[in-house]
Design a protein around this ligand. Sequence first.
Ligand code: PLP
Length: 468
Amino acid sequence: MDADLLAEITAGVEKSLKPYREGFAKHEFLPERGMDREEIIELMQNFKEMEAAKWKEGFVSGAVYHGNEDHIDFMNQVYAINSQSNPLHPEIWPSTTKFEAEIVSMTANMLSADQTDDEIVGVVSSGGTESILLAMKTYRDWARETKGIQQPEIIAPTTAHAAFSKAGDYFGIKINRIPVGEDFRADVEKTRQAINENTIALVGSAPPFPHGIVDPIEELSELARENDLGFHTDGCLGGFILPWAEKLGYDIPPFDFRLPGVTSISVDTHKYGYAAKGTSVILYRGAELRHFQYFSVADWPGGFYVSPTFAGSRPGALIAVAWAAMVSMGEAGYLKSAKRILDTTDWLKEEIKNFPDLQLIGDPPFMVTIRSETLNIYQIMEYMTERNWGLSGLHLPPSVHLCVTQRHTQDGVKERFVTELKEAIAYVKEHPGASEGMGPIYGMASAIETRGMVTAVFNWFMDLLYSV
Ligand SMILES: *Cc1c(COP(=O)(O)O)cnc(C)c1O
């Protein structure tokens, strides 16, 4: 890729990510005197109005999973009541402890904890990534303690979330990524061949983020059990919707604690659990495993210190919000919401099958993943981006997906998507040289010789976010 093209892309990114550089006051230093509260509220209301339309009107993939006005108002009310609470001080806020324990219990039972004789335990974390990091650290410490493994390895499909690689990076665990099969599901045979004496755990996703197709968790978890390994189901995305899809009669492969080999599950309250952003649940089979997650120190001058997750102080208010989301939705609420989302997905898939230029990847229950054998899918995506859509761009193979949420079940949204997709196809056919947006970056990222350059682009991107 040439420097001009890179400059063009970076200029476009900068413009879209820093729209308030003009026309708004900058705060590089603390203001000498505090700003008026009304002024702050007005500023934020302004930002909110400019930013809400995109997700509210269902233009984006995933991101906001519920988003109805009355639901948000209720969450905000719950947050306000609990804003001072911190579960680091359970003696001051025992209500937060109650909420957290009940979130864990309700989530575990939603994932069939009541159908096994083993005790299923867990904690509330700050999000899917933290749940995954915690589980990987737990397996590392478990394997070191019980098996003496000093150079731990985890085997995960290529499609398992980036957070597994992050865990490997942070905790000195080798993550052995196994290519998925032609059906985009984890390859059980290749996983079996990859097991060695340093393997501590296997991973599967229900479903993985890229294509939304549930891995063969039953086979993978049995493989783990035969080899006395941990098995983690990443249910971050699907954990709060697949159980309801199953109840609604969808063919959902088993992934939860009904499978005896599954020893941990991550599941995000802040996705299809419809809580505010900042909570997830990590569940374990057996209290012993959870003990490897805990941290405690007895000889610190600050006194006895115990902490279940990476954070010290934690936002008790977000735990209260997650609890309130769950008990206010109830089974009936989750079922109703799941039905709308799954119906919308089914409708979209049927419509997209009518476009000979597009191919669906698999048949995931709440996602449409699209590629094209005849057109450049990134040009299609770019056209949609210009029409205000925020689809997720994927690569290996080049494709895009729409993760369907309650926002897309509103009147007219799915029809608008299909209409504009049709226009995008027509446009790209007429203008085969149209802009690819992020396409070249994806292309570059797949080529080994340009990987250093990609890291440079990523670093530039993150530095940009931190510039005022
Ligand atoms: C979202 C997601 C994660 C990570 O969750 P965060 O809350 O973004 O940290 C992990 N796995 C899957 C499958 C996900 O969709």
